[in-house]
Ligand binder design. Structure first.
Ligand SMILES: [Zn+2]
Length: 433
């Protein structure tokens, strides 16, 4: 990678960080205009598409032939930064010890800058893709009030329609006990399917528990049953691919967790959570007065389903676990996400090639994400093959990076930005050859 691209991506990220796009309110138009100016100067055609003027999405394109299209997907909004917690001002974009500092450096203006530099540098070189190469820097990912990709997919589908997409949500480099490096890429995501359990009893004065029927006490029994529940483990295609990359084969689920743990405790924790639906009771509300026994208790459960599972499939199982001796009502809240992309694709092969070429001996491994990403909108609208992959390498451990996302002193190593540009250029050249 040339020195020019290193300087170019560093400078562009610094300028993006200095544009405060804290969401809410977002004000992403300022970032979209900065990107448009940079891309147009490099001969890439751009459109700003906005539901309201101050929250524009940018979509840029190198038009190609009839072949499949590839989108570099990113978002320009960031979460709130409390300057008092930071060692440097959060919107300084300062470079210190080889790292660019500022809110959004990891989530995800670093990838915005790398995507822009990848498409701009390809345009300068006269790259002629076999299908369109697109770059989208969208608004409002962090809050999701429908100004960004969900809105684009619905109202301007032609602008973002694509066959392949590279998004955030993967790229951690994991080193196993035997020294092998594994690059994780997200190919699917679990469905977030929260629900509430309403337990009813009879109120009464707390000084005489015998006269009442305490809904909180009854709820406690349901919570224990739910917490003890382990669904029958099953292996989805991403976990199978992950195990193949780690172990060279796919053992039965429980043995798989054990053998994975011997190589990496972190990887085993991931795999364990991906063997089935998970249920975490997190919020409970009952009486608001200490001396009143509650007649109603509401338990809120964070539930994540495997891709392809739906509330109506899992509800009978939940009811069986809760039992029939305590009366309750089950209320599903709005479910979200839960889509997957296949792994037998040219984009996955490009990713494997890139990992093997970048770090000899290292392997790419697919994963299913635990939560929602914008990849879902593309998969749902167009059947896009979307992966989350932006490499985070040894300069900053995945644990360290994870702690900095949405937190104080967020920063990204310049070397990772350079790797990111290299990966995206490779993907375009490979998929759109
Ligand atoms: Zn993000």
């Amino acid at each position: 990678m040339s020195e020019t691209l290193r300087d170019e991506v560093t400078d562009l990220l610094q300028r993006l960080i200095r544009v405060d796009t804290t969401n809410p309110p977002g004000n992403e138009t300022a970032a979209a205009e900065l990107l448009r100016e940079y891309l147009q100067a490099n001969g890439v055609a751009c459109d700003l598409i906005a539901k309201v003027p101050e929250r524009a999405n940018l979509v840029a394109r190198i038009p190609g032939g009839e072949g499949p299209s590839l989108l570099f997907l990113s978002h320009t909004d960031v979460v709130l930064a409390d300057a008092g917690e930071w060692s440097l001002p959060p919107f300084s974009g300062e470079v210190r010890d080889g790292e660019v500092w500022g809110r959004g450096a990891l989530d995800m203006k670093g990838q915005v800058a790398a995507s822009a530099v990848a498409i701009a540098s390809l345009a300068r070189e006269g790259f002629r893709p076999s299908g369109d190469l697109l770059f989208a820097a969208t608004a409002d990912e962090e809050v999701g009030d429908d100004f960004g990709l969900s809105w684009l997919c619905r109202e301007h589908p032609a602008a973002v329609h694509c066959d392949f997409a590279i998004n955030e949500g993967g790229g951690d480099r994991l080193v196993l006990a035997d020294g092998t490096a594994i690059y994780e890429a997200t190919a699917a995501e679990k469905k977030t399917a929260p629900f509430r359990i309403h337990v009813r009893g009879r109120s009464g004065h707390a000084s005489m528990p015998g006269i009442a029927d305490n809904a909180l006490v009854k709820a406690a029994r349901l919570i224990e049953r739910l917490a003890a529940f382990q669904p029958e483990p099953q292996l989805g295609p991403e976990v199978e691919g992950f195990l193949r990359a780690l172990l060279g084969e796919v053992p039965p689920p429980l043995e798989a967790v054990e053998r994975t743990r011997a190589l990496s405790a972190a990887a085993a924790d991931f795999v364990e959570a991906l063997l089935g639906a998970t249920f975490s009771p997190t919020i409970i509300s009952a009486s608001s007065k200490r001396n009143v026994i509650p007649a109603v208790c509401v338990i809120e459960v964070d539930c994540r389903l495997l891709p392809g599972q739906h509330p109506e499939h899992i509800e009978p199982l939940i009811r069986a676990v809760l039992g029939g001796d305590i009366e309750y009502e089950l209320e599903w809240l709005e479910p979200e996400g839960g889509t997957r992309s296949p792994l037998d694709t040219p984009l996955w092969r490009a990713l494997e090639e890139w990992v093997a070429a970048t770090e000899p001996g290292a392997r790419a491994a697919p994963l299913c994400g635990a939560g929602f990403t914008d990849s879902h909108w593309l998969r749902e609208a167009f059947g896009t093959v979307a992966y989350g992959f932006f490499p985070i390498t040894g300069d900053m451990s995945p644990e360290e990076a994870a702690l900095l996302v949405h937190s104080a002193d967020e920063r990204v190593p310049v070397s990772d930005l350079v790797l990111g540009v290299d990966w995206l250029r490779h993907a375009a050249r490979s998929v759109l050859a």
